[in-house]
Structures are given as C-alpha cells and as structure tokens.
Design a protein. Structure first.
Length: 299
C-alpha cells in the first residue's frame, strides 16, 4: 500500500480570492498531490487548505504554499478574528494510510528546517513534533499572536526551534507539526454579545477545566454581527461533537441566548458526524457499515 499523508495548512488570508487561489494552485501544481478542499472565512480572515499525497510530495506542496503565502501576505496589514502568528500560520501533517505518526514527525522537522533556511521564517514545532513541552500546544505557541511575538521571540523561552530569532518582516513565523485528525467546529449564537461566546469558550476548553480534547475561543463575526464559539476538537472519538454542542447550548441558555447554527471548517472524518446522528436520532446499535456509501467504498 502506498503511504498517504494529509496536510492541512492554515493561511492568514480569507478575503482576497486571488491570493487564496494562488496559494491553492501552488499545491495543485505538485505532482502526486490532490487538493481535497479549501475554505475561507472573511471574519477570521483565514483559509484552511486540505490536500493529500505521498509524504515527499506533500512536503513539497506544503513548502510551495508557504513560499507563495510569504510572497503575497503582509502580516503588518493583516487583521482578523482568529489567533495567528504568520502568513502561513500552521502546517500540520496527519497520517492517513500506510504512514505512521513518527513519519509525519520526521516530515514536519524536515519541512521546518527548509522553511527556515530557504525563506528565513522562524519555525516552531508543535503537537507530536514538538521539541519542547512548553510549545507542544498550539495556543501556547500563539500566545500574544503576531503582534506580541515580535518581542517575545527574542526571549529564550519563546525562541523558535528553527530559523532566525526574529520575525520575518512580512511573513511573521510559522508552526509546523504532526497530529491526529482534528475537527474544526464553530457554533454561532443569536447574539452580537461576544462576551457570552468568550464565557462559554472558557467553560468548555481544556485549559480552563472543560473537555480534555477541546480548544475554544469566543469571537465576533463582524459581517454577520454574530458571536461565535470557535472550537478545535483534537480527539473527536474521546470527546464527541454532540457532547460539546449540547454543553454550548446549555451554557448559552443561561444568558438567554440560543444557538443559531454550527459549521464544520474543512474536512471531517465521517465517523464524527455518524456519532452525532446516532446520538440525536437515538439509533440503537448503529454501525458504520449500515451507511450505504461507506459499504460501497469497502467493496
């Protein structure tokens, strides 16, 4: 079986379609890489790209996208609701088929060195690829965001793992790592009061005693005048989406607020949605094999 890895780089641009297209096309131009999805959010001012390929090809595509983002995105002009430290904010590798997490870690380290050496962008390694316990979690790497990291990067505690101990003048810094599948899951509230979203985020996120596999922030979607609880589920098998959704709904009710809707950003494993469907429909002993499309793929 050929080895296959997924790469899900996030870029600090979600408004200029010509810039997003150029970055996506940089990945498409690499032989052996298949672009599966890209999703842009104007309020977050962020794009999430998903592609798969053989490890060498995936690394080549990730570097090409990072180089194109460094060319076209100026972080000195960037504003957006989502935490970020650079034009290419984060590049995670995910083992898919025939590849082990250890191989994705090695791939992340190779890519990080290449980005630092060829683009002069400081690089941090996170999750399974982390070289320091203090930098394993992405929120810890992003602390202070782009603006705060300009000074913090000069300290020993926040020095990058690769590259110069100074931000790139326009591209900032980049985080590279290896991790399991992550589900980016946002819940919108029927209020513009961002304080409510922030209180709910504090309740559910792991760092504040909430769900172990949940990272969350509250922010305002300016265009829609809607408060949002923006969530990353790092292990949906241990902490399912419906459990977090029900908690957000319950917490919102405390403030006289309802859930207006939710969204999944980028791709998600089928099982994450199957689990939610089984919960809400109260299906007994439901199995993935009962899904027609899943069974056809097995044939």
């Amino acid at each position: 079986m050929a080895k296959l890895v997924e790469c899900v780089p996030n870029f600090s641009e979600g408004r200029r379609t010509e810039v997003v297209d150029a970055i996506v096309n940089a990945a498409r131009a690499v032989p052996g890489v298949k672009v599966l999805d890209h999703s842009s959010d104007a309020d977050h001012n962020r794009t999430v790209l998903t592609f798969v390929g053989e490890p060498r090809s995936a690394k080549k595509a990730a570097f090409a996208c990072c180089a194109k983002a460094a060319e076209l995105i100026d972080m000195e002009k960037h504003k957006g609701g989502h935490p970020r430290i650079g034009a290419t904010d984060v590049i995670p590798f995910v083992p898919v088929a025939g590849a082990a997490m250890e191989e994705c870690v090695a791939l992340a380290h190779e890519l990080g060195r290449e980005i630092a050496e060829k683009l002069s962008i400081p690089v941090y390694f996170y999750e399974a690829a982390a070289k320091r316990a203090s930098m394993k979690a992405l929120p810890d790497v992003r602390k202070g965001e782009y603006e705060g990291l300009k000074e913090a990067i000069k300290t020993p505690e926040r020095a990058p793992d690769e590259g110069p101990q100074a931000m790139h003048p326009t591209a900032g810094a980049t985080v590279v790592g290896a991790r399991p599948f992550l589900v980016a899951f946002n819940i919108n509230l029927n209020t513009p009061d961002v304080a409510v979203a922030k209180k709910i985020a504090q309740t559910i996120r792991a760092a504040k005693g909430g769900y172990v596999n949940c990272r969350a922030i509250g922010l305002l979607l300016d265009d829609r005048k809607t408060a949002q609880v923006s969530i990353n589920m790092t292990d949906y098998t241990a902490t399912p989406l419906h459990r977090v959704f029900e908690t957000v709904k319950s917490e919102a009710a405390r403030y006289g607020v309802n859930v207006a809707g939710s969204e999944v950003v980028g791709l998600t494993p089928m099982q994450a949605l199957v689990d939610a469907a089984a919960f809400y429909l109260r299906i007994e002993d439901f199995k993935r094999g009962q899904i027609l499309e899943a069974r056809l793929l097995e044939e």
